[in-house]
Ligand binder design. Structure first.
Ligand code: IPE
Ligand code: IPE
Ligand code: MG
Length: 242
């Protein structure tokens, strides 16, 4: 079914996928069942993004803080990542999707890192949509690793100290893990929680936010489309007077 063309489509939509555990509990099932169902929502949102002309779709799939969950749940989530990437990659590639993972990859298992590398290499030249999974990510981690990279560069190149010290915001952004990716225009959080949970702290400085009670496994194409419609009505002023 061809989608109606929309006005004022956000370039980058980012989703804080929350509520999988509650979705499963409501059905008397284990939390992991909610994560399985959540993969279906990711698939639906990728399709909806392509259909509606969104160029970047990102999802917060696992925070640095999520490593503190019970080992059993962490293991199940990591196994699900590998399985979902392997299962979805052919289709993503044939639909022209460029796949990326951003986060503290040093904490991921070698098997998962191998799958990620293979998927990223394979889809690197695709242009229909960039689909980013934020995995083992946190906003504070990102800003800290950027500052460390910058400090090391200054230490290694004392002759560039002055140039580096005069660096502005855009110069610093080159060190963030998201370098080259436009800041999210719209950040959606599901499940009725009204917080960022250490997500894109720097990059979300001027994002529009949408908090919805819908649990992530229930967030599908109609909900995605409705989020785009809400965004289209927002007035972004960036501190200026209009
Ligand atoms: C989101 O659902 C998935 C991850 C954070 C990995 P949750 O697992 O946080 O589900 P709730 O919030 O406990 O319902
Ligand atoms: C936020 O969800 C992180 C992700 C969606 C990956 P959480 O369920 O971990 O957040 P809190 O603990 O409720 O803030
Ligand atoms: Mg949660």
């Amino acid at each position: 079914m061809a989608a109606e063309p929309m006005n004022n489509v956000p370039v980058h939509v980012s989703m804080i996928m929350d509520g999988n555990g509650r979705w499963a509990r409501e059905r008397g099932k284990e939390r992991v069942y909610g994560h399985f169902e959540g993969v279906e929502s990711v698939r639906a949102c990728v399709e909806a993004a392509v259909e509606n002309g969104v160029k970047y779709l990102s999802i917060y799939a696992f925070s640095e803080e999520n490593w503190n969950r019970p080992q059993e749940e962490v293991d199940a989530l990591m196994a699900l990542m590998v399985k979902a990437m392997e299962a979805e990659m052919d289709k993503l590639h044939s639909n022209g999707v460029r796949f990326m993972v951003i986060g503290n990859r040093a904490r991921l298992a070698p098997e998962l890192n191998e799958v990620i590398d293979a998927c990223m290499a394979r889809t690197a030249a695709n242009t229909a949509l960039t689909f980013i999974i934020f995995l083992s990510y946190s906003g504070k981690w990102d800003i800290l690793q950027a500052a460390k990279k910058m400090a090391l560069e200054i230490a290694d190149h004392p002759e560039r100290r002055e140039e580096m010290m005069s660096m502005g915001v855009e110069g610093f952004e080159r060190y963030l893990a998201t370098a080259g990716i436009p800041d999210p225009d719209l950040i959606v959080r599901t499940s009725g929680e009204n917080r960022l949970s250490n997500y894109l702290l720097w990059q979300g400085a001027y994002s529009e936010f949408l908090f919805t009670d819908t649990l992530w496994p229930d967030f599908r194409k109609p909900e995605f489309k409705a989020a785009l419609e809400t965004y289209a009505k927002r007035d972004r002023r960036y501190g200026k007077v209009k």
